[in-house]
Structures are given as structure tokens and as C-alpha cells.
Design a protein around this ligand. Structure first.
Ligand code: AMP
Length: 457
């Protein structure tokens, strides 16, 4: 998963892009980059690490220009190498092209082979670079036709921003897997994965870019075109964005994430009520569903675990040992709240089971009498090919174990997962979501080679 930002027509474009990255940091913590354009040349800074560590007043001031795109990376194709930090910036026929992409393509193998046969030399091991080669190879008379020809060749999940020929471009695949929002800042437009980025920039949320839509923004003018057939294409918004990934203060897929998560919690309470002294969430992601659960059953709600905010998303850690260590540092249960109590603990999802097992162990250590765990989505059983970095099926705990076996593994007194129908019942546009990670029913053909590192040499 990644976060992307695009700024047009603003005298401090790179500063705004930085604010956007800051707000979208939760979408990727491996690397961050900004490319700006001053009307003559592009300027770029990209590094491993968090946006806040990579940028300051002095280097942002080197990113001159009135336009910028930016990217925060969480690798879902290609390893965590410096060469794979986005935005990708190239020069072609004396004109610069910059690309930032969120999502995974499903016809990477075919396009890669064809482009290499035609002489393309790839510099990265990311599917995202395909956009650059297609842009360079496709005859570019009229901008709308050029972009239509390019985006018609790629299949799968993409929300992208480009800097191209004095224009800021935003595009979203016809199924709309990943979000992309349009905002207004002064008399310019901005694009961002999630609307929370606009709040930090004090920009106005205008609307979401529609699935299959391409916006071409030049100065303060916006032209919108649609890929052929996209208006009638079946939609596949990623339901895991709503369950876990997106920020609760964002508005994506025509809904507010905080409210969606509370509805998930309320539905969970209807399906799996538990008798206990109080309800609490695993911070931060479980808190919203926990509040919905408690309100639905009229139960007390406690914040019984404190989150250390100086540590990022734990599942991004490369080894199991580091993940477990970081989980412990990150979250600390409050003994005086929990000791001798029967608790319902709500988590947004279980992926490997690492966080949950470790949390439960700590709750026992501080004296919890009974622990009833409730999960605000169904068991995750299948990998994602559209941009969530779920481990292989073998590492997904629910792929191999029944609910009772998972309960035994994480050592809870009872465990309940929200049903698929229950989860979908609280989504606004129920028929428009991809839930393949729960069902194994994929809304596209499955890519031939699903290895994340398949493009590494
Ligand atoms: P667990 O499966 O018990 O280790 O918990 C993992 C926590 O990380 C849950 O809050 C998940 O929602 C969250 N998470 C989100 N995305 C991922 C991912 N791609 N891999 C692993 N965990 C994830």
C-alpha cells in the first residue's frame, strides 16, 4: 500500500506535497519522495524512511515550482531498495515524466515481457515503472488520447498521479480498487489518496476521482475523461481500506471511515455479544469498532491499552522476532484497569496472529480474569493481488486454522469474527467492494506470477 499526492498551481507546491505525505504516512513507512516542477525542470528528493525525517525547510525549498507529486511507500512489488523509491522521474525526448502509483497491476508479466522485447530497459523492480515506458512508447499527439491509450493497456489496481507536459494527471483504474480524492486549494487542484491530506493543507474536499476517470489539470483548469467501458465496469473498492487501512478521519468510497468502523463494531455486537465488565479496543485500529460494539450493547467502554506513538505499524517489520518485540513496545496494558476484570477486546482484523497472541498474553500478565476477543471483519484467508501486502496463504493464520484453533493459539476464552454478510451490510455501496482476501473470489484474473519480488533480477 502507498500514499500519493499531487499539487497543481500553488506557489508552495512541494510544501503542500510534504503536508500531504505527512497526513498519508500510515499508508507506507518505508520511503518517501517528492518531485516538483517549476515550468522548466523537475526537482526531486526521495529517501528511505518517514516523510518527517526526510524533509525539512531547507531541502523542501530546493524543490522549486508550482506543481508537485509525492509518494510514501509500503512495498507490494519489488524489494525495499533505494531504486524503488517513488515518484519515478525520467527524461524522455527532452521532456520529464514523473509517476507515483498506489496499487498492484495484474498484467505486469505480459507488459514487462512485451516492453523488454521492444527495447525498454527497466531501472526498478516495480510494476509502477510500466507506466513510464508505456507513456514513452505511445504516440502522444492529443493528451486525452495519449493517456487513454496508455491506461487502456494496464489491468489491475492503480491510483496514480503524474507530472506530464505542464499538466498534473490523476487516474484511477476502472474497478476503483484504491481511493483517489480531488481537492481544491486556492485556485489550484490537488489530488491525494485520502481526504485527510486535504485537512492538513486546509484544502477543500471536492469529490473522489471516479473509477476509470482520468483528470488532466493544467493551471487552474480541469478536464475529465473516462476510459472506454469503465462506467459499466464492475467496481471492486478494497474493503480492507475500510476495515483497517485508511485513516478514520478520511472520507473515501463515499463514506467516512470512522463511522464505517463504528458500524462494523455495532454489527459485530449483534452477531457475537459477550458478557464482560467492559469493552476495549486494541489501539488504534480496534478502538473505533470497540466503541460501536460497546454502544450497541450499552456496555462500559475503557481505553485499557496505551499506545506508544513513537513507533509505526508493526506488521511492516521484516522478521517475526522484530514484529513481536515492536508489538510489545508499542502497546502497554493498564494493570489497574484490567486486573480481575472480564474484558471484551476488539481488534480490526487478524492476519498472522502475532499482535493478538502477544496482546492476550500481556492482558493475562496484568491479571485479566476472562478475555473475549471479537474481530470486526471475517477471517482473512487469501492473499491480496491489488496492493495490500498480506503474507502468503501459509502465513495467514485463518488459512490454516479454524476459529476454535485460532482461539486456542491466541489463548482467549472466546473468539468471534464478523460474518461476511455482516461486514458488507454496513458498507454504503455493498455490491462495489472487493472482499477477495476473505472469500478467495477475485474480481480479476489472478496474475500468473504472484511473487512480490518477481521483478528483482
Ligand atoms: P496480527 O494478525 O494479530 O499480528 O495483527 C495484525 C495487526 O496488523 C492487525 O491490526 C491488522 O489489521 C494489522 N495489519 C494490517 N495490515 C496488515 C498486513 N498487511 N499484514 C499484517 N498485519 C496487518
Amino acid at each position: 500500500m502507498c500514499g500519493i499526492v499531487g499539487i497543481s498551481h500553488h506557489k508552495e507546491a512541494s510544501k503542500m506535497a510534504f503536508l500531504g505525505l505527512y497526513a498519508l504516512q500510515h499508508r507506507g513507512e518505508e520511503a518517501a519522495g517528492i518531485v516538483s516542477y517549476d515550468g522548466r525542470e523537475m526537482h526531486v528528493i526521495k529517501k528511505d524512511g518517514l516523510a518527517v525525517d526526510n524533509f525539512d525547510e531547507s531541502n523542501i525549498s530546493r524543490l522549486k515550482g508550482h506543481m508537485a507529486i509525492a509518494h510514501t511507500r509500503y512495498s507490494t512489488t519489488g524489494g525495499s531498495h533505494t531504486k524503488n523509491i517513488q515518484p519515478i522521474l525520467v527524461n524522455h525526448r527532452k521532456k520529464p515524466i514523473a509517476v507515483a502509483h498506489n496499487g498492484n497491476l495484474i498484467n505486469t508479466d505480459e507488459l514487462y515481457a512485451r516492453l523488454e522485447d521492444e527495447g525498454s530497459i527497466f531501472q526498478t523492480s516495480m510494476d509502477s515503472e510500466i507506466f513510464v515506458h508505456l507513456l514513452a512508447k505511445t504516440p502522444n499527439g492529443d493528451m486525452a488520447q495519449w493517456l487513454t491509450k496508455v491506461f487502456s493497456q494496464v489491468k489491475g489496481a492503480y491510483s496514480v498521479v503524474l507530472l506530464l507536459e505542464e499538466c498534473l494527471i490523476g487516474a484511477r483504474d476502472p474497478q476503483g480498487f484504491r481511493p483517489l480524492c480531488l481537492g481544491k486549494l486556492g485556485d489550484g487542484y490537488i489530488l491525494a489518496s485520502e481526504s485527510c491530506a486535504f485537512d492538513l493543507m486546509k484544502a477543500e474536499f471536492v469529490r473522489e476521482i471516479a473509477p476509470g476517470e482520468i483528470v488532466i489539470i493544467k493551471g487552474n483548469k480541469l478536464e475529465s475523461i473516462y476510459l472506454p467501458g469503465s462506467k459499466s465496469a464492475a467496481k471492486a473498492f478494497c474493503v480492507f481500506e475500510n476495515v483497517y487501512f485508511a485513516r478514520p478521519d478520511s472520507r473515501i468510497f463515499d463514506d467516512n471511515i470512522y463511522q464505517v468502523r463504528k458500524r462494523l463494531g455495532a454489527q459485530l455486537a449483534k452477531e457475537h455479544p459477550a458478557k464482560a465488565d467492559f469493552v476495549m479496543g486494541i489501539p488504534d485500529s480496534g478502538n473505533y469498532a470497540a466503541l460501536g460494539y460497546a454502544q450497541e450493547l450499552n456496555m462500559p467502554f475503557e481505553l485499557g491499552i496505551v499506545r506508544n506513538h513513537y513507533i509505526g505499524r508493526t506488521f511492516i517489520q521484516p522478521t517475526q522476532f522484530l514484529r513481536e518485540f515492536r508489538v510489545r513496545v508499542k502497546l502497554n496494558p493498564i494493570r489497574d484497569v484490567i486486573k480481575g476484570k472480564k474484558v471484551v477486546i476488539i481488534e480490526d482484523s487478524i492476519v498472522r496472529g502475532t499482535t493478538s497472541r502477544s496482546r492476550i498474553e500481556e492482558l493475562r500478565e496484568v491479571g485479566a480474569k476472562e478475555i473475549h476477543m471479537r474481530i470486526s471483519c471475517p477471517p482473512i484467508k487469501s492473499p491480496c493481488f491489488y496492493g495490500i501486502d498480506f503474507p502468503s496463504s501459509g502465513e495467514l493464520i485463518a488459512h490454516n486454522k479454524t476459529v476454535q484453533e485460532i482461539a486456542d493459539f491466541i489463548k482467549v476464552d472466546s473468539l468471534g469474527f464478523l460474518s461476511l454478510d455482516g461486514m458488507m451490510s454496513v458498507m454504503k455501496d455493498k455490491s462495489s467492494f472487493c472482499s477477495a482476501c476473505f472469500t478467495g473470489k477475485y474480481p480479476t484474473a489472478i496474475p500468473k506470477n504472484t511473487d512480490k519480488l518477481k521483478l528483482e533480477s
